[in-house]
Design a binder for this molecule. Sequence first.
Ligand code: ZN
Length: 124
Amino acid sequence: MQNYRNYTQDIEDESTIMTCKDADKLIPLFLDDDLDNRELSDFLDHIDSCPECKEELTIQFLVKVGMIRLEDGNTFNLSSELDSMLKEARKRLRYRRSLVFASFVLQVAVAVLAVLALVLAIVL
Ligand SMILES: [Zn+2]
């Protein structure tokens, strides 16, 4: 069961306290969807609890997406877009975690079956 720790680390993040400095560094990565599960989870938690970083995220989002939209000439409602982006990120995080969990369960199931087959081979 040496993999167990890796899996649980991914599934249950020990809630590390992210500093504003850390969060600030992750904002561009978040906007590029370039965070791993753990970073994303800590980042979203921090954004939820820290108005300053939320504001910084909003500004960087507006600059990044706003520029693209201006070029496209699309009409936009950027602040609700940011909200849905944050919601999407949470959904994705839950989905990725359930995938990690599912693969862990599968590995355990395979191990159990292997043991069972072995036991049957010996008994029969
Ligand atoms: Zn902060």
